[in-house]
Design a protein. Structure first.
Lengths: 198, 198
DNA sequence: AAATTAAATGAACGATCATTCATTTTCAAG
DNA sequence: CTTGAAAATGAATGATCGTTCATTTAATTT
């Protein structure tokens, strides 16, 4: 055997992902051509098809990869929590985690929340399941808090979506070069989150 | 003179707007062709150019029209308020207004929030100014509340964006056919909004 | 009814799209 | 060094894009 699978291929595939991520976030999936992506990578358009079967697969790869990494990152965060962590510190842990993680990857976040409509049905279903799994994390914290009488939450699923929309919206305007530091922002949002459920 | 300007033209233009609004919201600006819009209207593609100079102008018309209507609707709502309304009832008025107005026009909201990146710079600047004017409404309510010691808000602009993101996010998942009525939703969100600033 | 203009048609323009494929280049295993 | 597969090239495919335009149709004023 010569040139075992993935010798130089995975490196190029990663550069394709990076180029597509940036372009999709800036112009939108439908407005970006495979030629643009190839040009950014420094390769001919046909070469992209050595790594991704179609443009649609490239989008699905980016979105699914982002959601999987998000869930994995939360698993790691949750592993550092004491067993049976109380609802309030758990909510604080989730809020801070969500803000930090999403602000560090605004391109992937933007794509994963905005390009759902460009996914074919089977791909859409897969991403939706991942998103639901992530929402469930917050929903269960809220449910535990409500059961313990610590949170004033009658509809945990509704509140989950409201809070995640609020937190994720941060990425559309916050820039590190601004007046407020990420820690400042974290404090402000955490106060709003806790206030909104107590 | 025969056929004074806008005899049948404005009616067709309005049907073009309606078709484009629905298609843009479902598939995105870049993914919708002028041929699709024409087909939905029941007309040939060339006829669209009797009403809108370019596809870009059609998008700008939709977004700018939506923002102008939103601002006008708020002016009307604000006119019914007692003079010098206290911050708390003002915040409730704004929250309920925002939810009702946005849930009634989810397509236009989605487009105006999503397709900013597809606007040419001068069009983008115009829409941004309108958006800013609307955000200022909420910011001033928060500022008055903070000054009166009724709201715990240190950064009114940040809180404004957080609250608007939370409220507007409603449109991405709420469906009237669901278990909760619009009034139920209004109550839940209003509790969260007031809780988050007090 | 004639004149006039808005509005729509139908066909065409060049450009660009995602994708394919035969061919060439690259590079590690044998 | 030879070999063989991965990876990239370069050119081509048919389709579809936004837009234009000469012409026809429709409707209203004179």
């Amino acid at each position: 055997m010569a040139r075992p699978s993935g010798a130089k291929g995975e490196e190029t595939a990663e550069r394709v992902r990076a180029a597509a991520l940036s372009l999709f976030a800036r112009q939108g999936y439908a407005a970006v051509s495979m030629r643009q992506i190839a040009s950014e990578v420094g390769v001919q358009p046909g070469a992209l098809y050595n790594h991704f079967p179609t443009k649609q697969d490239l989008l699905k790869d980016l979105m699914s990869g982002h959601m999987a990494a998000l869930l994995a990152a939360w698993e790691q965060e949750a592993a550092t929590a004491p067993a049976d962590e109380a609802p309030k510190p758990a909510l604080e842990r989730f809020t801070r985690f969500h803000i930090r993680y999403h602000l560090a990857r605004t391109d992937a976040v933007f794509i994963s929340y905005m390009e759902l409509r460009n996914l074919e049905p089977e791909n859409f279903a897969g991403i939706e399941a991942q998103r639901r799994a992530y929402e469930d994390v917050l929903t269960r914290i809220l449910e535990r808090g409500a059961a313990a009488g610590e949170f004033r939450v009658s509809e945990p699923r509704v509140v989950t979506r409201a809070l995640i929309a609020m937190l994720t919206g941060l990425g559309t305007w916050y820039r590190p070069s601004g007046r407020l530091s990420e820690t400042d922002i974290e404090t402000i949002y955490l106060n709003m989150v806790t206030g909104s459920v107590t």
